[in-house]
Design a protein around this ligand. Structure first.
Ligand code: DGL
Length: 292
């Protein structure tokens, strides 16, 4: 087994999923679709979003706090349903925590390479700055020159307006439409054949983005590939919840900010109104990082 746990995990334990806000619900939905028997614990760090303009040090601090909280639930595995955390903190915390932690960058890069060779990535400013997607795409394609004989190109575009507008519930605003056009333009000029949603909030904009792209451009949501590899790993570890296990335990949702607000905004994406609890602020040291 590649990982260690601080105590012996049980297949009945839930999977921990976290993001800064609503975006991780796109991963939550992929988990529900692809692993319907699993129980999920979702945490949204809404008191400190957006993550996309935070420094690597802040992101690492937040991720460590969230993982310690997740470990105490306990969960059998953590899915970082946040590209920014995956790009900036995954490798570090994988070494620090006795708990398997999966991120989105590698599955996203692999899924993109399966689709095309002129790859555009839209992501937060922090993810773009890290160049995590370009590096993963370059390294993964270099590993298998037979499969990827032609050079692969990757362009990354930061979309800082998206997350605040999505979190404000302004999905149909003119501002969002104009921002989307502005962000896609440079990628379209490069003649991309594939577009990666390099932030988990962006699949929520799929109808808009799809309408702005030529039909030949393939859209990649990394969460599909992430959940596929998670399913494989859970099987290898003997940690898949049996399909016959009772479904008496509801999915759990936690936030660091306002639970009511999150419940309201999440309802259309989940298809039901979730019960949301606020995590004790001292446990997350939220006040030290609250935006003014
Ligand atoms: N949804 C997250 C991501 O995938 C974080 C976005 C943000 O808070 O800026 O990067």
């Amino acid at each position: 087994m590649r990982w260690g746990w601080t105590r012996e995990p049980d297949p009945s334990w839930p999977i921990g999923v976290f993001d800064s806000g609503l975006g991780g619900l796109t991963v939550w939905r992929a988990l529900r679709r692809q692993l319907p028997q699993e129980r999920l614990v979702y945490f949204a760090d809404t008191a400190r979003l957006p993550y996309g303009d935070r420094s690597p040090e802040e992101i690492l601090t937040f991720v460590r706090q969230i993982l310690r909280w997740m470990q105490a639930q306990p969960v059998k595995v953590v899915v970082m349903a946040c590209n920014t955390s995956s790009a900036l903190a995954l490798e570090q915390v994988q070494q620090e925590f006795a708990l398997p932690i999966l991120g989105l960058i590698l599955p996203g890069a692999q899924a993109a390479l399966a689709q095309g060779s002129r790859i555009g990535v839209i992501a937060t400013a922090a993810t773009v700055k890290s160049r995590a997607y370009s590096k993963a795409i370059r390294e993964y394609s270099a590993l298998d020159p037979k499969r990827f004989p032609q050079p692969v190109h990757c362009w990354e575009q930061a979309c800082p307006a998206f997350v605040p507008l999505i979190e404000a519930g302004q999905l149909n605003s003119l501002e969002l439409q104009q921002a989307a056009k502005r962000y896609l333009q440079p990628l379209l000029r490069q003649g991309i054949d594939t577009l990666v949603y390099g932030c988990t909030h962006y699949p929520l904009l799929d109808p808009l983005l799809k309408s702005l792209l030529p039909p030949s451009v393939k859209r990649v949501d990394p969460s599909v590939a992430l959940v596929r590899s998670l399913a494989r790993e859970l099987g290898l570890w003997g940690l898949r919840r049996p399909p016959t296990a009772p479904h008496d335990e509801p999915h759990r949702f936690y936030v660091s900010g306002d639970p009511e607000r999150f419940a309201q905004l999440a309802t259309p994406w989940l298809g039901f109104r979730p019960q949301v609890e606020q995590v004790e602020l001292p446990a997350l040291d939220v006040n030290n990082f609250r935006r003014t």
